[in-house]
Design a protein around this ligand. Structure first.
Ligand code: TEU
Length: 577
């Protein structure tokens, strides 16, 4: 940063922020625990399961949206930012959850979805009511492309493709204009150019903080600043629509908006956590967003490693990643944010397939791969996020028919592809492998009917392996996926080298062996994991010999001698000097 930069004078915080040694647990309330038998998880269900979270040892709950919503995108389409959807409970339930979590030393992070609202939000209802409504400019309204007839295919103001298939524009008959929706047509994009919009959002955020919440996970926050001219995007071969990302991703005013938000909402408050979800963010940009001196965000969710298996045409077309691609990607991010900024660490969330099915081997080495992946994630430098059920090794769901699919992204994709001649069997392969419904099957608590999730009819099917894979079967069982996660979380809390040490990848003779050293003064850890389903002889730079006197802090297989160079499939060892 040049010395002319006014921000350069601002001292970075002197104390280490609490979230550097914290682990966050994501609750997707709809699928976590149902308390009233309607088949949909709710806030009282979360309260009932706080014991599980405390036992696991997590510090923070990130609650996916529980606000009032038509549920077109399971709550990521909000019609009232300051009320609880009746399906999840009441504001009294929320306050009780907040109190009870706090009493156990667990913080609560709210999901903040302000790139767009629901089309049923009163702001949008007003905005669409007439061209001269005072809220017209709160959203992105545009005329049809010049020289075309409004409402016809091809007349959309830009050629951009929606994240959820089709155009990003929806024609509104009543006022004869189109509105922008980067996601579903029921999720119109808010116009952040309008200062009234920004102030309304900041005021809402302040009220949640005043209520006692501990921060926000900010949905697609890198999309809030659009290039005001909205230029057409490039159309890749075989695509109908253009790629608008260069014009709506990391737009010209993004840093300005985030700094303004920081001033208006977070200045003068402490103990909070902010994490921005940023599809398409590069390591260079991530450093800027998370440099404490710039006062934007604490950390971001990057997407590089969850895009490694996406094909050119779309995420539903599989691409086989190079061997070792996951470790290489993590290393790139560790290196990029080593001095300035901070990483968030995750393998899954409510938008991704299940970790062990995607990155591991859920057939032959289910337990081994689930625990190896957890080990390499949790022992990197950064703040780890656990997605509900990941700590149990939950797997992808065997979707047999499109009738089992619930997610708007998959259903829109299915509709678009069948219109173009695709057939169910073929489309289900992609949806089954990468679709978001995999992450949204109910949490498997025990071997009882519906896995203990509900006494009613679950809104989406329970995975048929629930009798084998469930929390009850793993509590207190040495070597279980759950107990392994517990040990990893405890390590982070107990050893400052895990939270604060430097990271250095150590070449180990194979791209699929992820070996790295963490170091804080004299405290040194070596993590070695075989991320493949074949045995490998590990050839560390300098060999394992220097570690002969080390202790094995943690393993996921019966311990061998410390210096044994042969690693079984998905074996992971953590050495301490
Ligand atoms: O997701 C944003 C996003 O870019 C993707 O992860 C998206 O879910 C999709 O899978 C891309 O193929 C966030 C939320 O996490 C997601 O649940 C919402 O549907 C979306 O924003 C819109 O709010």
């Amino acid at each position: 940063m040049s010395s002319a930069d006014p921000l350069a004078d601002r001292a970075a915080p002197a104390v280490t922020p609490w979230w550097k040694s914290a682990v966050v647990y994501q609750v997707y309330p709809r699928s976590f625990q149902d308390s009233d038998g309607d088949g949909i998880g709710d806030l009282r269900g979360v309260i009932d399961r706080l014991d599980h979270l405390q036992r696991l040892g997590v510090d923070v709950i990130w609650l996916s949206p529980i606000y009032r919503s038509p549920q077109a995108d399971n709550g990521y389409d909000i019609s009232d930012y300051e009320d609880i959807d009746p399906v999840f409970g009441t504001m009294a339930d929320f306050d009780e959850l907040l109190d009870r979590a706090h009493a156990r030393g667990i913080k609560i992070l709210m999901d903040l979805v302000v790139n767009h609202s629901s089309d049923e939000h009163p702001w949008f209802v007003e905005s669409r009511s007439s061209r001269d409504n005072p809220k017209r400019d709160w959203y992105w309204w545009r005329d049809a492309r010049p020289g075309t007839i409004a409402g016809r295919p091809g007349s959309e103001p830009t050629n951009w493709e929606s994240f959820f298939s089709g155009s990003t524009w929806e024609f509104d008959e009543q006022t004869g204009q189109y509105y922008l929706h980067l996601f579903d047509r029921k999720q119109p994009d808010l116009n952040w150019e309008n200062p009234e919009v920004r102030q309304a959002v900041y005021a809402m955020m302040r009220r949640w903080l005043d209520r006692g919440v501990d921060g926000f996970r900010m949905d697609v926050i890198n999309l809030i600043s659009k290039h005001p001219d909205l230029p057409d995007g490039q159309v890749a071969e075989g695509h109908t629509y253009g790629d608008g990302f260069p014009f709506y991703g990391h737009g010209p005013r993004l840093h300005e908006f985030l700094q303004e938000m920081h001033r208006e909402v977070f200045d003068g408050r402490s103990g909070l956590l902010t994490v921005g979800e940023m599809p398409g963010v590069t390591p260079e940009e991530a450093v800027l967003f998370t440099d404490p001196a710039r006062r934007e965000l604490d950390m971001v969710f990057q997407f590089e490693h969850v895009g490694l298996d996406h094909g050119e045409a779309s995420k539903f077309v599989h691409r086989e990643p190079d061997p070792g691609a996951l470790a290489a990607s993590f290393t790139r991010w560790q290196d990029a944010l080593s001095d300035t900024g901070w990483n968030s660490l995750y393998l899954s969330n409510h938008d991704q397939p299940r970790t062990v099915s995607r990155f591991g081997d859920d057939r032959e080495f289910w337990r081994e791969s689930a625990t190896a992946l957890a080990t390499i994630l949790h022992l990197q430098r950064g703040t780890p996020y656990v997605y509900q059920g990941e700590e149990l090794g939950m797997t992808n769901h065997p979707f047999a028919s499109i009738d089992d699919v619930r997610d708007v992204e998959s259903l829109n994709h299915y509709r678009e592809q069948t219109d173009a001649g695709g057939v169910e069997g073929d489309l289900l392969v992609g949806i089954g492998r990468i679709g978001r419904d995999n992450a949204r099957t109910p949490v498997q608590w025990d071997a009882s009917p519906n896995a203990g999730f509900t006494t009613g009819e679950p809104w989406t099917a329970v995975n048929p392996n629930a009798a084998l894979i469930n929390a009850e079967a793993q509590y207190g069982v040495p070597g279980s996926v759950f107990e392994h996660y517990r040990s990893l979380i405890r390590l982070r809390h107990e050893r400052s080298v895990v939270a604060d040490g430097t990271f250095r990848r150590v070449p180990a003779g194979s791209d699929e062996v992820f070996a790295f050293e963490r170091r804080l003064d004299d405290d040194v850890l070596l993590v070695v994991a075989n991320l493949s389903s074949v045995s490998r002889v590990v050839q560390l730079d300098g060999g394992l010999e220097p570690w002969r006197d080390a202790s094995l802090l943690l393993t996921n297989l019966p311990a061998k001698t410390v210096a044994a160079a042969e690693f079984a499939p998905w074996e992971a060892r953590v050495y301490a000097l």
